[in-house]
Design a protein around this ligand. Sequence first.
Ligand code: PLP
Length: 445
Amino acid sequence: MSTVEGMPAGDRRRSVPRTDRVLGDERVAPAVQRLGRSLVLGTVREVLERVRGGELEPEEAVPAVLRALPATAGSMRPVLNATGVLLHTNIGRAPLSTAAVQAVCAAAGTSDIELDLATGDRGPRGRGAVQALAAAVPAAGGVHVVNNGAAALVLAATALAAGREILIARGEMVEIGDGFRLPDLLTSTGARLREVGTTNRVSAADYEQALGPGTGMVLKVHPSNFVVRGFTGSVSVDDLSRVARAHGVPLVHDIGSGLLAPHPALPEEPDAATSLRQGADLVTCSADKLLGGPQAGLLLGRADLVQQLRRYPLARALRVDKLTLAALEATLRGPTAPVLVALGTTAAQRVQRAARLADVLRSSGVQAEVVESVALVGGGGAPEVPLPSAAVAIAADWALPLRTGDPAVLGTLTHGRLLLDVAALDPAADDAVVAAVLAVASSAG
Ligand SMILES: *Cc1c(COP(=O)(O)O)cnc(C)c1O
C-alpha cells in the first residue's frame, strides 16, 4: 500500500513534506488567506503527523489538509435543531431570520450605527432598532435595548431601587437557569428585596402593607419556567399598578419571553402591549425568546423612566453591539421570525413533514418511522403548553455520529430510538437532515 512502508524510519521522515512547502502550496494558499496562517498551520501539522505515522502517503498531505480545514475561522458550528424544543438555550435560543442574518452582515463592517449620514453629525445609537421597537409597541412611551433580559432587570433595579427596597411576591423569586437566581441578581445591585405574600398566594393588600417611603420599585415577575397549581392567587397588573401608583412607586413587569403583543397559541403568556395598557410603568423582557431575535434585553414603558435608565451610568456597561441592533431591527421589521413561524405551524403540517422525511429515508433503504411527539416552546417560556408534533424515529446509535457531524443534527433519545422532531427544525434544513442521516447510515454499513 505504501511506498514508505518497509523503509527505515529515517527514510520515511525524510519523505514527509516540509510544513512550509505545504503551507505555500498553491491549493493551500487561498485557505491561509481566508482562515489565517495559524489555524491552517495547526491543521497542516496534524496532517503531517499522520503522514509521519504512515497513515497517509506524502502526496495525500495537501488534499487531506484541504479536507480537514474548518469552514470558518470560528469554532462554533451550526446545529440543526431536531429536539422539538423551539427555544433551546444550549443551542442559542431563537434562530435569526434570513433577513436578520443579512442585516447583521451589512452592519458588520463600519456602519452608520451612531452617525447621521445626511448631516454628518453624530446620531442616536441604533436609531432604526429603537424606532422599530417603538413602532411595534405603540403603548410604550420610550424603549431601550440592553444586553439581555437579566441586564434589563439589573438596570431597572439599580436606577430605581439601589439602597432601597424592591417589593416582589414570594412566589416570583425565580431561578432562571444555569444556577442564576433573580433574587441574587436583584440584590447584587444594592437593592434590598422585600418579599410579600406566600409561595402560593399574594394579594393587593400584601403589597399595600409593605409599600412605604423606602420602596424603590414594585416588581412583578412572570414565572416563565414553572407553574403553580391549586390554591393560588396573584395580583393582576391592573390591580398592582393602582396600588403602586397610589404610592408614587413604579411598577416593573418582567414578562420574560418577549411577546410584544398577544399570541393566539399562547393565551397565558403575558405580552408587552397588554401589560403596559394595564398599567405597568416598565416592561422588561428578552429578545431571543418568543420575539425570535438576537440576544438582547428590552425595556419598554414610561418615557421619563426609560430616559432615566438610558442615562444611568450602568447603561453604558450594558449597551449592545451594532450586530445586535441590526438583527433586532430586521427581526422587528422583516418577515415573521422563524420561532413564530414554527409556533404557527399546525400539527397536521408537522406530521406531513415528518412523513415526507421518513419516506425519503426509507426509499434509500434506511429504517425510519413517523411517530407522534410533543414539542415545547422551551427557553423559559410557556412550560405547560404542549405542541402536538411528529418525529422521524431512527436507530439510537446514530445519535452520536449525527451530533458530531457537519452540520450537527441534534435529536432526542426516547425508548431506545433517536427521534428527529420537525417542530423546531428549519423547513429549509429538511434536505440537510436527510443527507446527514444517509451519510451516517452508509458509514454504519
Ligand atoms: C428568560 C428570563 C429572564 C432572563 O432573561 P435573559 O435574556 O436570559 O437574561 C428573566 N426573567 C424571566 C421571567 C425570564 O423568563
